[in-house]
Write a protein that binds this ligand. Structure first.
Ligand code: BDR
Ligand code: CA
Length: 320
């Protein structure tokens, strides 16, 4: 079985927590570390939440703290109304026992990708500020990264923060534009597909049955997320944005892609909009345009159902 090395750059966040526990539970992935970013919460909350998720999975991988604010624009308010005041719905702030890695996210990303040349897949599921900082810190890093699988953007569909912009891009459009301009392989798992992939509370309640600790934790926090989706769309479900990006790494053939060079609108009414621009001279990004919805949902549920079992075997293998 091929095992992909990945790093998730994340603003946990409810669907971020789903993506991270999915990655920990999937034997086809080796999660090398997490880097934190603002977005759904402030960066210090994202770091704390990421440390907690690592601990919960029985792991000790590094969590490196990322940028505190966007590259150019003022920071938007965190999406507490979507993810809760502390990022995990109505759950209280967690209190992890471990400390973050001493390195800044960009340094950790650079050193880890250089340690495994051509092997590491970066999976940013928050604003792209840390990835743009990585390009500043280490411009040659494009030669060392295997590829990026990014959750973000709304290329041929409306946004979710404004009519034009998806949240991760809107929170730092200048960073996203820098990342899309770089010469590396990128898959974009944006709203064009992620808004079609949904789960309901029963799905998470079944996870609680098969994996009481981690599945139960996801089920508890997801009530808040589903209430948000009901408040804006009238349906009791939630969109599986960030886990879909992880599944696009392990099961890429569950998606279809259209290549397009991308630019980001960095000012004005359409700020944060991701635009396909064939005249830009940029390397094409593989933009996901369809997904096998039933298959993606089943992969998420089947793998997360094993989360407690995988955690237990991880703990017992580190103790022996
Ligand atoms: C993206 O924005 C955040 O709220 C989610 O975690 C996801 O990464 C969806 O637009
Ligand atoms: Ca996210």
């Amino acid at each position: 079985m091929a095992i992909d090395k990945i790093i998730i750059d994340t603003d946990p966040g409810i669907d971020d927590a789903m993506a991270i526990h999915l990655a920990f539970a999937d034997p086809r992935l080796e999660l090398l570390g997490l880097t934190s970013i603002f977005g759904n919460v402030f960066t210090h909350q994202a770091t704390r939440n990421a440390l907690y998720l690592v601990e919960q999975a029985g792991s000790a991988i590094p969590v490196a703290q990322g940028a505190l604010r966007p590259r150019v624009q003022d920071a938007n308010q965190p999406s507490h109304y979507v993810h809760g005041d502390e990022g995990f719905g109505n759950l209280p702030a967690p209190n992890p026992g471990r400390q973050p890695d001493p390195r800044a996210a960009a340094v950790f990303l650079s050193e880890t990708c250089r340690q495994y040349p051509g092997e590491v897949i970066l999976c940013p599921v928050g604003p792209l500020t840390n990835i743009a900082a990585l390009l500043d810190y280490d411009p040659e890093i494009t030669k060392y990264v295997k590829k990026l699988v990014i959750m973000g953007g709304a290329v041929w569909c409306p946004g979710n923060v404004t009519g034009f912009a998806e949240a991760n891009i809107w929170n730092d459009p200048h960073a996203a534009d820098t990342v899309f301009a770089a010469d590396w392989e990128m898959d974009l798992i944006g709203l064009d597909v992620t808004q079609t992939i949904t789960c309901v509370q029963d799905d998470f309640d079944s996870l609680r049955g098969s994996s009481p600790d981690i599945g139960g934790f996801l089920a508890d926090m997801t009530k808040f997320y589903i209430d948000f989706y009901h408040s804006v769309g009238g349906i009791y479900h939630c969109m599986m944005h960030d886990p879909s990006a992880v599944i696009a790494i392990t099961d890429r053939d569950a998606f279809s892609f259209r290549p397009a060079p991308l630019k980001v609108v960095c000012q004005g009414e359409e700020i944060g909009r991701t635009i396909a621009d064939t005249d830009s001279g940029r390397r094409a990004v593989n933009v996901a345009i369809t997904a096998d919805i039933a298959r993606v949902r089943k992969i998420f549920l089947d793998i997360c159902a094993q989360a407690d079992t995988i955690r237990d075997s991880r703990i017992s293998s580190t103790q022996s």
